[in-house]
Design a protein around this ligand. Structure first.
Ligand code: APR
Length: 314
């Protein structure tokens, strides 16, 4: 009989512990929460486990600071790193989080070399690059979470504007996770009807702009951290697609091997996720404006990677 899947979450802060919460509640498998701050990981894991009889989910949840405990993980979600403060861009986190990502990925490489790794720490596209370099895993097994979150923000704003169910909105976002993301209103629909037939160009542009600044809007309100409910739900949606071999088509940051004319960078693209991880990159035909937006986004990611290449990461 097949055993339960094992999901490890690195970083037991706001995003990591909420990942553990969504994953356990969905009974995706047993969950290990690892943090450099051992007490926080153990305390949150125990607290969540004690919620299981109330909510009725069968998942074992344990906390640790020891990488040995992530051995044999099927999927690992990495959320370790500093979050943004008001006035900071995701890029301001670059140097510190690159160091953290390096040490985390060394632990994963040593103790869970066959796992599929989902990166959440920011700046996302750059952190995914650092992770892939350190892990040395094939691109199928290192995937970044960004597009699902950005698309979810776009979908929520569309649903609110039209006063319809979020379930009936289809929308996605391409490009890097940041101000240069490329929302794709041309491919959005509401109950199958093109969004462009339901809202004016001006209104759509306003929703796109709010989506672009969606992360900063939350940082501005929270003042002491960044978003965590929607980011963690998005990471867990990826883990679920992999653990259940759902073959879902989701916007994720994938390491491109020539798609969209890009080589060796993580960029947000439509990705098929199944039991082997990234199973396919689905290329979308772009019009001139979208291509221009994507090129701009690629340049922004490239600039960060150039900076990373000058850093000494140990
Ligand atoms: N190893 C393991 N855990 C670490 C390490 C490390 N080397 N360094 C830091 N951490 C842990 C911290 O102890 C903390 O518990 O990472 C956790 C980060 O949690 P928060 O500060 O609450 O940050 P959070 O809001 O969860 O965001 C984490 O996700 O969305 C991104 O931009 C966000 O990069 C940030 C990350």
């Amino acid at each position: 009989m097949k055993q339960r899947a094992k999901l490890s979450v690195i970083g037991a802060g706001f995003v990591g512990s909420t990942c553990a919460h969504w994953a356990a509640a969905k009974e995706l498998g047993n969950v290990v929460l690892l943090d450099i701050n051992e007490g926080a990981a153990q305390g949150k894991a125990l607290d969540l486990f004690e919620a299981s009889p109330v909510e009725g989910f069968d998942s074992k949840i344990t906390g640790t600071a020891d990488y040995k405990d992530i051995a044999d993980s099927d999927v690992i979600i990495v959320t370790a790193g500093l979050p943004r403060k008001p006035g900071m861009s995701r890029d301001d986190l670059l140097a510190k989080n690159a160091q953290i990502m390096t040490s985390v990925c060394k632990g994963i490489k040593e103790h869970a070399p066959d796992s599929i790794v989902i990166i959440v720490s920011n700046p996302l596209d750059a952190m995914a690059y650092v992770a892939k370099e350190v892990l040395g895993f094939p691109r199928e097994r290192v995937i970044g979470m960004a597009g699902i979150l950005d698309s979810a923000r776009f979908k929520s704003f569309i649903a609110e504007e039209l006063n319809v169910s979020v379930k009936d909105i289809q929308a996605f976002v391409l490009g890097g996770h940041g101000d240069t993301m490329v929302p794709m209103p041309r491919h959005c629909s509401v109950g199958g009807v093109p969004l462009m037939e339901m809202l004016s160009e001006q209104k759509i542009e306003a929703l796109v702009e709010r989506t672009r600044k969606g992360g900063a809007e939350i940082v501005g309100l929270l003042k002491t951290g960044s978003a965590y409910y929607a980011p963690s739900a998005s990471a867990v949606a990826m883990a679920e697609a992999i653990i259940k071999d759902q073959k879902r088509i989701l916007p994720c940051a994938a390491y491109l091997n020539g798609e969209y004319g890009v080589d060796g960078l993580f960029i947000g693209v439509l990705s098929q996720l199944g039991s082997t991880g990234l199973e396919k990159v689905v290329e979308v035909k772009l019009n001139d404006k979208e291509r221009e937006g994507l090129n701009h986004s690629i340049k922004a990611v490239q600039t960060l990677i150039e900076k990373i290449k000058t850093m000494e990461l140990s």
